[in-house]
Design a protein around this ligand. Structure first.
Ligand code: SF4
Ligand code: SF4
Ligand code: FES
Length: 217
């Protein structure tokens, strides 16, 4: 049996590994699909950011490409009015509690939110949803890095990297709905928790939430 299937994305025929998720096939072929929460090694993606929608011929609704496995002959469109509407709404919701001060942010010009905005012609400063101001305290307790929760998009990349590196899981999600946060056990500052300051979480953060102090100077 062949190890590859052929699919069509935006009128381009591309080869994909059997069993691969559509998002990774598109990205490997330089076809951009917005995404924040997808992790290639994760077998059961939680699809929480709701940004990676595509249309698949024969399917009645857009689907998240990070959860959809490629199939021989699949015909995919990364853009349609339905996809664009879903991505716009998801993006605006994400930004409704975001402390948008790019010029002061260590991720400026290297930020996944800025990339999505540019890729899809969206505005970072959204007006549709009421802005929720958070009063999170900056955790700058570690020697080399800091955590600014007001910029966190809850993508889970740091939680995943931390679990892979430190089996116990130093950081994780806590609370529900709009109060959901990434935090340590008992909400302790990182340096007072079991954090070893290995910095794998900082390396995977796609925005300016976890950052090296030297990049903020
Ligand atoms: S995380 Fe990105 S969008 Fe948010 S303030 Fe920083 S650079 Fe701007
Ligand atoms: S701190 Fe960064 S990597 Fe972790 S959930 Fe927030 S945005 Fe994602
Ligand atoms: S990347 Fe697919 S839902 Fe987040």
């Amino acid at each position: 049996m062949s190890e590859h299937v052929t699919i069509t994305i935006d009128d381009r025929k591309v080869k994909a590994r059997v069993g691969e998720k559509l998002l990774w096939t598109a990205l490997e072929n330089d076809i951009y699909i917005p995404h924040l929460c997808a992790i290639e090694e994760e077998k059961r993606p939680n699809a929480s950011c709701r940004l990676c929608f595509v249309e698949i011929e024969g399917m009645s609704h857009p689907v998240t490409s990070c959860t959809k496995t490629v199939e021989e002959g699949m015909v995919v469109k990364t853009r349609s009015s339905r996809v664009d509407r879903l991505v716009k709404t998801g993006f605006e919701l994400l930004l409704s509690d975001h402390d948008l001060k790019c010029r002061e942010c260590p991720a400026n010009r290297n930020c996944a939110l800025q990339k999505i905005a540019k890729g899809r012609g969206l505005k970072l400063r959204q007006k549709r949803f009421t802005l929720i101001e958070r009063d999170y305290e900056l955790d700058d307790s570690p020697a080399e890095f800091a955590f600014n929760r007001s910029r966190c998009v809850l993508c889970g990349q740091c939680v995943w990297a931390d679990r892979r590196e430190n089996e116990i899981g130093v950081i994780g999600f806590a609370r529900r709905g709009i109060n959901r946060v990434v935090t340590t056990f008992q909400d302790l500052p990182l340096a007072e928790s079991i954090c070893k300051e290995c910095t794998v979480c900082v390396d995977v953060c796609p925005v300016g939430a976890l950052y090296y102090k030297k990049t903020a100077e």
